[in-house]
Design a protein around this ligand. Structure first.
Ligand code: AHR
Length: 535
């Protein structure tokens, strides 16, 4: 089909009354129109000392009866390994700007208990003062985190405290992590605690949300702090990738302000910035309950999640006004749906909730957006790994399960290291109303990448109740074979629990190949991946 025809047929479909058609979707993948490599770092994670993320989502302790690898929950390690190597950000979040890394190193019985940044937030207020989520025992610190990363094959990304510690402490942390064996007291301390070899940590965040919990700075003030922290940081032979605390959602003023100030100091200054960290939470809708929501709440949240694309393109445009060669890439190091913690599985799971297929659709749409902008985004980190916002895992004591969001990451790992290619996803949009105002959201969205003779296509059907008869045309290659996988739970509220850990899990989906085109039926509220062999 000619492109003009294709778009015209979509428009005609969009005008048809809802009841008169079986929704149809058309996907076109242009294999000769590369965008950029899908870095595995786009599927990164985020771990903060917050609520139940570290204790006991990750850390159960070496003496625990819960199976563990040097204190870290083994079930989590096994499930993380299956996702393939990526990156994990730590120790925050807002917590990072209150954290002294020295509290989390050395023999555990000598580490101080410290009031956690989040101690008086939300549901934690109801817990005793000495609960681990409020009074942090520091049992999990730098060595434990770096061993965890190594165990699961992911790169660490450490966020430095710039609000309450001077640059000196940042340099010392870099020295502790990266200085050669025996090079000095900090390297010896690292060795004394079991890790003589340097970790060569590459990714360093310079503060977090410096416009808010990270110091309430202006972009001008932050650019001064940033320069102070990154100038002549000792690197011990590891090229350090410095990530600057970027904007909150649509705060374009923060992006303009920082980039202008950096360039004003000296034209080459922006070369010291590896990544510009955008945070975007699509939040919650309706009464904020992760399980009990209406059809309208469902579409409203999907539409909000989809706004991330506009944020990416507009911040990228703002960056490019000053950084004309686009040396600095975006790092979206916090994203996700943030429901109320009414469905948290334990009282210390601050910002915890039980995620459903709605969250899986958000994950699919968001990762697809990152792939489509693989030329602009260097890294992204879903918030947060376990027992928290948009979580991949739920854990409480010896109970553990993966969420629908986990399965999306698992399905989408086939994109890793592929070449993202331009693709078009066309289907009638879904209409809905918010406060009597008409709105709409894409019914069909996705991304495609090519790696050798394998094309990976992923897509969501956002309709809560309609299947989508979808045809896929690959422009630029011949289809040899295709295999499809689907994640659908039979309803938008479908979810996993400790009692039913496999209520939502991937299954095979029928796909037919005829005349070079693929045809498949995407169930309502589903995430689909198609692996196509081409010649
Ligand atoms: O992810 C929870 C919090 O959200 C993080 O600590 C902070 O950076 C953001 O506001």
């Amino acid at each position: 089909m000619q492109r003009r025809h294709f778009l015209a047929s979509v428009a005609a479909g969009a005008l048809a009354p809802r009841s008169s058609y079986a929704a149809q979707g058309d996907i076109r993948v242009f294999l000769n129109e590369p965008i950029g490599t899908v870095s595995p770092l786009l599927h990164g994670h985020f771990v903060e000392h917050l609520g139940g993320v570290v204790y006991d989502g990750i850390w159960v302790g070496e003496e625990s009866k819960i199976p563990n690898v040097r204190g870290v929950r083994k079930a989590l390690i096994d499930a993380m390994k299956a996702l393939g190597p990526t990156v994990i950000r730590y120790p925050g979040g807002c917590f990072a700007d209150s954290y002294d890394w020295r509290d989390g190193v050395g023999p555990r019985n000598t580490r101080p208990r410290k009031n956690n940044f989040w101690a008086n937030s939300g549901i934690l207020r109801k817990l005793p003062d000495n609960h681990v989520s409020r009074s942090d025992p520091n049992a999990f610190g730098t060595n434990e985190f770096l061993r965890f990363c190594k165990e699961v094959g992911s790169e660490p990304y450490l966020a430095a405290n710039i609000r309450s510690l001077p640059a000196r402490d940042f340099y010392d942390w870099v020295e502790y992590c990266n200085s050669p064996k025996g090079a000095g007291t900090l390297a010896e301390r690292r060795a004394a605690w079991g890790d003589p070899e340097p970790w060569n940590v590459r990714f360093w965040g310079v503060g977090n949300e410096s416009w808010g919990c990270g110091g309430n700075l202006t972009p001008e003030e932050y650019s001064v702090e940033f320069r102070k922290f990154i100038s002549w940081t000792p690197n011990y032979g590891t090229p350090l990738a410095m990530i600057a605390a970027g904007p909150n959602g649509a705060d374009y003023n923060w992006t303009h302000g920082f980039f202008q100030q950096m360039a004003r100091k000296s034209p080459g200054m922006l070369r010291s910035v590896w990544g510009w960290a955008l945070h975007y939470y699509c939040g919650r809708t309706g009464k904020g309950d992760s399980l009990d929501f209406t059809v309208q709440d469902f579409y409203e949240l999907l539409e909000r999640a989809n706004r991330i694309e506009e944020l990416i393109t507009r911040h990228w445009g703002a960056m490019g006004e000053i950084d004309r060669d686009h040396r600095v890439k975006l790092v979206i190091d916090e994203w996700g749906a943030w429901h109320n913690d009414t469905t948290a599985v334990a009282p210390h799971h601050l910002f915890g909730s039980v995620p459903t297929m709605r969250d899986a659709l958000i994950a699919g749409m968001t990762l697809d957006t990152f792939h489509r902008h693989a030329d602009k985004i260097a890294m992204a980190n879903v918030a947060q790994l376990v027992n928290c916002i948009q979580t991949l895992f739920l854990a409480d004591g010896d109970k553990f399960c993966v969420t629908p969001t986990y399965h999306v990451f698992d399905m989408y790992k086939d994109h890793h290291k592929g070449q993202a290619v331009r693709s078009e996803f066309a289907a009638p949009r879904v209409d809905f109303t918010v406060d009597s105002k008409g709105q709409s959201v894409a019914r069909l969205a996705g991304s495609a990448s090519k790696n050798g003779n394998v094309v990976t296509l992923s897509a969501v059907n956002n309709s809560h109740n309609e299947t989508l008869e979808t045809s896929v045309a690959l422009v630029g290659a011949n289809v040899k074979s295709a295999k499809a996988t689907v994640l659908a739970g039979g309803s938008m509220q479908a979810h996993n629990t400790f009692a039913s850990p496999s209520a939502v899990k991937p299954a095979e989906l029928a796909v037919s190949v005829s005349g070079g085109a693929l045809r498949l039926t995407m169930p309502a509220a589903s995430v689909v991946k198609v692996r196509v062999e081409v010649a």
